[in-house]
Design a protein around this ligand. Structure first.
Ligand SMILES: [Cu+2]
Length: 108
């Protein structure tokens, strides 16, 4: 392996290591509600939200305050990257069941 190839491998390796460093948080949708309804995440860093829909109907994870929108099929899981965000409280909801599917990201 020449030096350039070695440098490229090391660079890719460091990117891969960094990707796994993104802190991961879990949300579930059950009976058209978020569990937990309030999720604490760190400020100033990108976070990974893993959202599991345990219901038999689709939901759409949505937030106008941190600008995300993604369908979660029944009995399926999605991944959504959020941030970095400033400290505060950011509302999210389930677009298909807004009466009950309401939550907040508490960024601190
Ligand atoms: Cu929507």
């Amino acid at each position: 392996m020449n030096r350039l190839a070695l440098a490229a491998v090391l660079l890719l390796w460091s990117f891969a290591a960094r990707a796994t460093d993104v802190p991961e948080f879990h949300l579930a949708i059950q009976d058209h509600a978020y569990q937990p309804a309030e999720l604490k995440v760190p400020a100033g860093t990108k976070v990974k939200l893993v959202i599991e829909n345990r219901d038999a109907s689709p939901e759409e994870f949505e937030s106008t305050e941190f600008n995300r929108e993604k369908i979660v099929l029944p009995n399926s899981t999605i991944t959504v990257y959020v941030g970095p965000l400033k400290p505060g409280s950011y509302r999210f909801f389930g677009d298909f069941h807004q009466d009950t599917a309401q939550g907040r990201l508490i960024v601190e």
